[in-house]
Design a protein around this ligand. Structure first.
Ligand code: HEM
Length: 449
């Protein structure tokens, strides 16, 4: 036996070797794949309208980010004197360097978007209910790691955009009483972004968060296997115990996954070929651009800061939301709606109403605050006028909405909680859109670019 054969035997032991001779190499490949994927899956879970392939897309993007990020490390130098130059060098001198950077940037932005959609699909199909509660929590950890990876990566080019976006995002922490400034200085390694910030962010971005993701991602997949696969999609009239026919993963599931990966890669490649990742002038701590905005995924919070006292915008509201998100799977619901989109037909209508109401109410509240409250404000904004008061109004609206929609639709807890969360999520999305597209010089509201 030559050395190659011996190595092959060590990878595919005796039994499989014999198998291989009998049935050919394809069989071996299959058996290898099936260690990662279930041997068979319920046919119903293959419906595109259950997952929309979103979890798979997120996984593909994540691996693309690991691959492209690893290659970027060969060119990037994490010090304020060299970082910007290394990016310019990468773009202009390194073969395919610009393409590589574009792929990394667009995959990272795409990942936030895709994970958010995946989170929505899990939420609206009640896939967080037992036995998947803990996987929902793991999902939230993954989501946070994805956001933090984007945030820490944003600083690395050390251009004006990066420098001031990180400055504005971290300076929000200053407003948190007692611990805020200390926390900010701990994150930045000083009072403003500098060499320590860059090296901290670089280490977190290229080591800590990838390790965290590489640990929690298999955990996420393992929990899916432990829950006997994905939820079974069903119509409101169908019995929850139905499972439908089982079908071989190879080729039915695996070929779909491969096709999805190819589509995602093609979309990212085409985007990266035609759209360049932004790169502004080199960071200048003495010259802040106007307006100075946080990265787009934090603009909802920056927009909230324009209307609420920082303690409410940064602590109370996000804290309550996080608590709500973590507790969703553990609230005891009176009916099992797992697998039914929006819980029921009634639930679907309630969600639609919540989206319309939240969009109109958020836009109206922002305009009212900008043109009536702030315009007529005499003294400086304080914890009462700018904090407790607007917060109580928002809370009253949420409670009123919950009670009213439950009563009008004679809804179950599931349906009413779902409508309430839709209200909050939609408001946050609307605030993000306003912050990103409708705030101009001096963070004034504006119409059009
Ligand atoms: C990096 C981020 C993430 C990746 C790569 C990922 C990947 C996946 C994949 C591949 C699946 C199976 C197929 C599918 O549903 O599309 C899945 C299912 C699931 N994910 Fe995620 N996910 C991520 C984030 C999240 C988040 C943010 C949540 C919710 C907070 C979540 C909760 C779940 C749950 C509960 C399931 C099981 C759904 C079911 O049984 O139908 N995941 N995830």
């Amino acid at each position: 036996m030559n050395i190659l054969q011996r190595i092959r035997l060590s990878v595919f032991p005796d039994k499989q070797e014999a198998n291989q001779q009998k049935h050919g190499k394809r069989k071996n490949f299959r058996s290898f794949l099936l260690h990662f994927r279930p041997r068979s899956v319920p046919e119903r879970t293959l419906k595109l309208s259950l997952t929309w392939g979103l979890g798979g897309m997120a996984a593909v993007l994540l691996f693309l980010l690991f691959g492209s990020g690893l290659m970027l490390k060969f060119a990037y130098e994490p010090s304020p004197g060299k970082a910007y130059g290394s990016i310019v060098y990468l773009i202009n001198q390194v073969p395919f360097g610009k393409l590589l950077r574009n792929i990394h940037r667009w995959s990272a932005n795409g990942l936030i978007f895709v994970v958010f959609l995946h989170y929505l699909r899990v939420f609206y199909t009640s896939a967080y209910a037992a036995p998947r509660q803990f996987n929902w929590i793991i999902g939230l950890v993954l989501f946070s790691a994805v956001l933090l990876s984007n945030f820490t990566g944003y600083l690395l080019p050390w251009d004006q955009l990066a420098y001031w976006a990180i400055t504005i995002s971290t300076s929000m922490l200053d407003y948190i009483p007692a611990v805020g400034t200390g926390l900010k200085e701990w994150i930045l390694g000083g009072s403003e972004p500098g060499p320590k910030t860059l090296i901290n962010f670089y280490a977190i971005h290229t080591a800590i968060l990838p390790i965290l993701l590489l640990f929690f991602l298999p955990f996420h997949f393992w929990r899916i296997r432990k829950a006997n696969g994905l939820i079974i999609p069903r119509s409101p009239a169908e019995d929850p115990s139905i499972k439908g026919e089982m079908i071989d993963s190879m080729p039915h599931l695996i070929m779909r996954e491969v096709a999805l990966a190819v589509v995602v890669l093609a979309v990212i490649l085409l985007t990266a070929m035609f759209f360049n990742a932004p790169l502004d002038d080199i960071a200048n701590p003495g010259l802040s651009p106007n307006p100075t905005k946080a990265p787009w995924y934090f603009m909802g919070i920056q927009e909230m800061l324009m209307h609420f006292h920082p303690v409410f915008a940064l602590l109370v509201i996000p804290g309550l939301l996080l608590f709500g998100l973590l507790s969703i799977p553990y609230i005891s619901y009176e009916t099992n709606t797992t697998g039914i989109w929006f819980c029921s037909n009634k639930g679907r209508k309630m969600v639609l109403i919540a989206v319309i109401f939240a969009t109109l109410a958020t836009v109206a509240a922002v305009l009212f605050d900008e043109f009536v409250v702030v315009a007529n404000q005499t003294g400086p904004a304080n914890m009462l006028s700018n904090g407790l008061l607007p917060f109580s109004v928002v809370l009253a609206v949420c409670i009123g909405f919950y009670v009213l929609i439950k009563r009008v639709f004679n809804a179950t807890n599931n349906e009413a909680v779902q409508a309430l969360f839709t209200l909050l999520i939609t408001s946050f999305v609307v605030l993000t859109v306003i912050g990103v597209w409708f705030r101009g010089t001096g963070m004034q509201l504006m119409w059009g670019a």
